[in-house]
Design a protein around this ligand. Structure first.
Ligand SMILES: [Fe+2]
Ligand SMILES: [Fe+2]
Length: 283
């Protein structure tokens, strides 16, 4: 059963509530990914992304607790470390076995651990962290991509991203990851004709396209973009493939894609790649 977010789960700190919503969203995607025709690509991507988000969110919480001198920090950190270890083990077992039964085992553990942790353990830092200026600042400075004040931080709130993939479940996983960092506009289409229609309106700064989009070929879309007018032909394109062969990367880049990633993806890997493309666009 999917988890529904409720105000009862709010810790009263917007940046941490937002992290919790992303974690809950990813667990719900895990639920929907079991039995998907491309189960390994979807479940594997969710597990890798959960591992990334958990590490990022826990570091943020711990730094905020440290800044506010919360006395529960040591015990809380131990709980986080135990979770990271168990998720790592479950992910490795799933990647070695790739069965729906293993995916269900992950889901059961994640569901109960996360709800219990948010609703009980995390509530313990509320009184210390809420309204603490320094804690809020260190929380805001924590980025999933590892970007910090000394490097240029990607301004996700200015990006409009077009996702082209016939797998609805995978599109939703990407949307959760992108919305989680603040991308306000994520357009999702399931065939190349619909992608072209969106691109002709100029409503995209970046394109993420699957290799096989139903019966269409994502390479045709990239070639069409590169043949387009100047407003279109410089558009950064990330190509994904769940049927990777080593040669695919070269073929994708030769067709005009800027980057290539294999499914399953991880949230951190995806965002680092998109950050690079967004920086190139700014130059
Ligand atoms: Fe938390
Ligand atoms: Fe926590």
């Amino acid at each position: 059963m999917s988890i529904a977010w409720s105000e009862m789960m709010s810790v009263g700190v917007p940046v941490l509530d937002s992290d919790h919503k992303t974690l809950v969203g990813l667990i719900n995607h895990l639920h929907r990914s079991i039995g998907d025709p491309e189960e390994y690509a979807a479940v594997g991507s969710v597990l890798r992304s959960l591992e990334d988000y958990a590490a990022h969110h826990f570091a943020r919480e711990e730094r905020m607790m440290e800044a506010s001198h919360c006395p529960q920090l040591v015990q809380h950190r131990r709980t986080h470390q135990d979770f990271v270890r168990r998720v790592g083990e479950l992910k490795t077992r799933y990647e070695n076995g790739q069965t729906s039964a293993l995916a269900r085992e992950c889901l059961t553990f994640l569901n109960s651990w996360l709800i219990n942790h948010i609703c009980t353990t995390d509530m313990g830092y509320r009184a210390w962290v809420i309204g603490h200026t320094e804690a809020m600042q260190v929380g805001a400075d924590q980025h999933l991509t590892g970007e910090n004040k000394t490097s240029a931080v990607t301004d996700w709130r200015r990006l409009k991203i077009l996702v082209v993939d016939d797998n609805i479940n995978f599109c939703e996983i990407l949307t959760t990851i992108l919305r989680g960092v603040g991308v306000p506009s994520v357009a999702v289409v399931h065939d190349v004709a619909a992608a072209k229609a969106v691109l002709e309106t100029g409503e995209a700064d970046l394109v993420i396209s699957d290799w096989h989009v139903g019966t269409d070929n994502g390479l045709d879309l990239v070639k069409w973009i590169r043949r387009g007018p100047p407003t279109l032909n410089t558009l950064p394109v990330l190509m994904l493939s769940g049927h990777e062969r080593l040669v695919n990367r070269d073929v994708a880049l030769l067709a005009g894609a800027d980057e290539f990633m294999e499914k399953p993806i991880s949230a951190r890997g995806l965002l680092i790649c998109l950050g690079r493309l967004a920086a190139r666009k700014r130059q």
